[in-house]
Design a protein around this ligand. Structure first.
Ligand code: IPD
Length: 271
């Protein structure tokens, strides 16, 4: 690490500050939610996405000018962007942009600090819900400062599973193939529209598992640590050249059966 004196707790303080500033900016300006600079099939890019990323970047740069920065609103895939420093900040300024643009409250700002690809600190702030989820490596996970834990549900048939159906990320199998399998195996499946918040719901025990077959690093970088620090497990099951990922997270009991289910749907033998 370039700066060995930076602890996960220090990184988390900056992640929280950046998240709060960026998220509050979007929330204060929510009457501008339809101001888009680009609309494509199944997606919208808002001026507020860019503004919030800029705000987060400035907060981080003021504390750690020599750290790398990866934001959703930059050009290129995560793989195509070079990393020059061992610490990299990964930012999704508005995760759940489509929800936000329609006025739904399920969106958040997600900020993570990674060391050689592993998350050391993560903050997820949902201003419209007044929720701040945080975790620093080996220091536990919290929601609004209160410690959180994953659920104890240990039978797939009793599990509430969160997923997404993002048709923009081409990842071999269509998301509804997985949806169908989860719908048959679990108690219910839900699509709420913000991957980072979905993962935080797994961390707080309100949902039991999350899976998505077309997601990017910035959607999961902060919340995967929040799940792990809350006692859960998360893993990238596949990566694609375009940066797309298959990501599964759950409490510890459900991880193996749900991983098997996904691999079965994909026709991959489980090891
Ligand atoms: C999206 C949300 C959504 C998920 C998509 C993501 P964005 O993030 O997390 O829940 O299904 O795959 O891309 O584009 O709003 O930051």
């Amino acid at each position: 690490m370039k700066d060995p004196l930076v602890s996960p707790a220090q990184l988390l303080r900056t992640a929280v500050e950046a998240c709060r500033e960026a998220g509050s900016h979007a929330h204060r300006n929510r009457q501008r939610r339809a101001e888009a600079f680009n609309r494509t099939a199944h997606d919208v890019k808002l001026y507020l996405d860019r503004e919030c990323q800029h705000i987060a970047r400035e907060v981080i740069r003021a504390r750690f000018p020599y750290h790398d920065f990866l934001g959703e609103e930059e050009e290129g895939t995560p793989q195509s962007r070079s990393i020059s420093c061992e610490i990299q900040w990964v930012v999704d300024p508005i995760d759940g942009t489509v929800n936000f643009s329609h006025g739904l409250p399920f969106w958040c700002c997600s900020i993570a600090a990674l060391h050689r690809g592993r998350t050391l600190a993560g903050a997820v702030y949902a201003p419209a819900l007044d929720l701040l989820f945080t975790a620093a490596k080996q220091e536990g996970a919290r929601c609004n400062r209160t410690p959180i834990r994953v659920s104890r549900v240990n039978r797939p048939a009793e599990a509430l599973v969160l997923t997404g159906a993002d048709l923009r990320v081409p990842c071999r199998l269509p998301p509804f193939a997985f949806f169908e399998a989860f719908a048959a195996a679990a108690q219910r499946v839900r699509i709420l529209g913000s991957a980072a918040l979905d993962l935080c719901r797994v961390a707080s025990g309100e949902a039991d598992a999350y899976f998505e077959s077309g997601i990017y690093l910035w959607d999961i970088a902060a919340a995967r640590l929040i799940v792990a620090e809350a006692g859960g497990r998360g893993a990238v099951l596949r990566t694609f050249q375009n940066g797309g990922l298959w990501f599964l997270a759950s409490n510890r009991s459900l991880f193996a059966p749900f991983r098997r289910l996904i691999l079965q749907v994909a026709g991959i033998e489980s090891t």
